[in-house]
Write a protein that binds this ligand. Structure first.
Ligand code: SF4
Length: 357
C-alpha cells in the first residue's frame, strides 16, 4: 500500500470525529448525519489542515451543515448529464469531446459538489462496466478529446490509471486526454514520481486542477503542481464561485495570480449550479461579473479565467462577460477600458473614389 493510501486512512469520516474536533455546539449531530447519509463525508489531513476556525472558507467547503438538507430550487442532476449518457460512465454532450467517469470516489468530499448524486457511490459510477464505454469511444471517431473525471481519477491505483491511458492512446482519433482532479488540494501525497512517470508516457495529457481559495495553495499543494508540470502536463484550473468561500474580488484575484505563478493557467470560474444539497453556496450572477471586472486588466491577461454558467438542463457552458462595449454606431465603437474610462475606435470607412481618375 502506498503512503497516500495510508494518509487517506487518517481522514475524518464520522459525525463523532467532527464533534470531537469542533465541539458539540457547532455540529448538529442529527442534521449532519442526515446530510452524510445522502453524500459521503471525508476530510483528508491536508484539507483539515486548511480549516483554521469554525465557519471559515474551508470549514464551509468540507463540513456538512443542516442547510444541505434544505432543498429550494435544487435538483439532483442539474446539468442533465444522465440524459446525455449513451452508455454507463460516458457523457457525450459536445461534438468532439466526451466525459468519462472512471472513479466513484474523491479524497475529500466537497459539500457543494455538482455530481453529489453519484460521487462516493460505486453503484452509480460502476467500476466493472467499462467495456461499453471503451466500445463507444472507439466507435465515435469524432471524439478527439476525452476527459477523465469522476469522482477523482487520481484516486485510482497507478496501474488502473495506466490501463485507461493506454486504452485511450490506442485509439488514433483521440488526440487529447484530460484528467480532472482536486487531488493537489486534498491529497498532494498522491502525486508520486511513479504516477508522474506513468502519465508522462501517454502525452498529451492535460491536468485540470480545482482550487477555490488562495490558502488551498499550501507549500505541499504547490510542490504537487510542480511535479505534474515537470512531468510535462499542461495545467489548467477550475474554480467554483461559492458564497462565503471566495465571493470577494480580492480573494479571487489572489487565487488566479497564485495559480499562474504555479504554472497553472486559470481556465474557468463556474457560477454554482442549482444542485439539491448545495444551494446555500449560490451567489448572485452579478457577483461573478464583478469579480471578472476586478481581475481583467488589473492583472496579467493569462490569469483571467472565463466566467461561465453551466446551463441548467444541459445547455453546456455559457460564458458571461462584463459589458465593455457601450455602443457600436456606423462610424465607431464606444468602449470602456478596465478602469471605466471611455475610448472610441473608428470603424474602417469605404474608400472614396477620386472623381479625377
Ligand atoms: S473533488 Fe470534485 S467530484 Fe469530488 S466532491 Fe469535490 S467537487 Fe465533487
Amino acid at each position: 500500500m502506498g503512503n497516500w493510501q495510508q494518509v487517506i486512512k487518517n481522514s475524518v469520516t464520522t459525525v463523532d470525529q467532527l464533534v470531537e474536533l469542533f465541539g458539540e455546539e457547532n455540529v448538529d449531530r442529527e442534521a449532519v448525519q442526515q446530510a452524510i447519509d445522502k453524500f459521503n463525508l471525508r476530510i483528508t489531513p491536508a484539507a483539515l489542515e486548511t480549516i483554521k476556525e469554525i465557519g471559515d472558507a474551508f470549514w464551509q467547503q468540507y463540513v456538512p451543515t443542516p442547510e444541505e438538507n434544505e432543498v429550494i430550487d435544487g435538483v439532483p442532476d442539474s446539468l442533465n448529464e444522465d440524459a446525455d449518457s449513451p452508455v454507463p460512465n460516458i457523457t457525450h454532450r459536445y461534438p468532439d469531446r466526451a466525459l468519462f467517469l472512471v472513479s466513484p470516489v474523491c479524497a475529500t468530499y466537497c459539500r457543494f459538489c455538482t455530481r453529489r448524486r453519484k460521487v462516493g457511490d460505486p453503484d452509480k459510477i460502476p467500476l466493472n462496466q467499462f467495456d461499453s464505454a471503451f466500445q463507444y469511444l472507439e466507435a465515435h471517431t469524432e471524439i478527439r478529446d476525452v476527459i477523465l473525471s469522476g469522482g477523482d481519477p487520481l484516486m485510482l491505483a497507478d496501474r488502473r490509471i495506466e490501463y485507461f491511458l493506454k486504452k485511450l492512446r490506442a485509439m488514433r482519433h483521440i488526440e487529447i486526454i484530460r484528467i480532472h482532479t482536486r487531488i493537489p488540494a486534498h491529497l498532494p501525497e498522491r502525486v508520486t514520481p511513479e504516477l508522474c512517470a506513468t502519465i508522462a508516457k501517454y502525452h498529451p495529457v492535460y491536468v485540470n486542477v480545482h482550487f477555490n481559495h488562495p490558502a488551498e495553495l499550501t507549500p505541499e499543494a504547490e510542490e504537487c503542481l510542480a511535479r505534474l508540470s515537470d512531468a510535462g502536463c499542461p495545467l489548467g484550473s477550475q474554480t467554483v464561485l461559492l458564497k462565503g468561500v471566495n465571493d470577494e474580488p480580492e480573494i479571487m484575484k489572489e487565487l488566479m495570480r497564485k495559480l499562474l505563478a504555479n504554472r497553472v493557467r486559470p481556465y474557468y470560474i463556474y457560477q454554482a449550479d442549482v444542485v439539491a444539497g448545495g444551494e446555500h453556496f449560490r451567489t448572485s450572477v452579478l457577483k461573478g461579473l464583478e469579480i471578472i471586472k476586478a481581475i481583467r486588466g488589473w492583472t496579467s491577461g493569462m490569469a483571467v479565467p472565463h466566467f461561465v454558467i453551466d446551463a441548467p438542463g444541459g445547455g453546456g457552458k455559457i460564458p458571461l462577460m462584463p459589458e465593455y462595449v457601450q455602443e457600436i454606431t456606423e462610424d465607431e465603437v464606444v468602449m470602456r477600458n478596465y478602469a471605466g474610462e471611455e475610448y472610441r475606435y473608428p470603424l474602417p470607412k469605404e474608400p472614396v473614389l477620386s472623381s479625377v481618375l
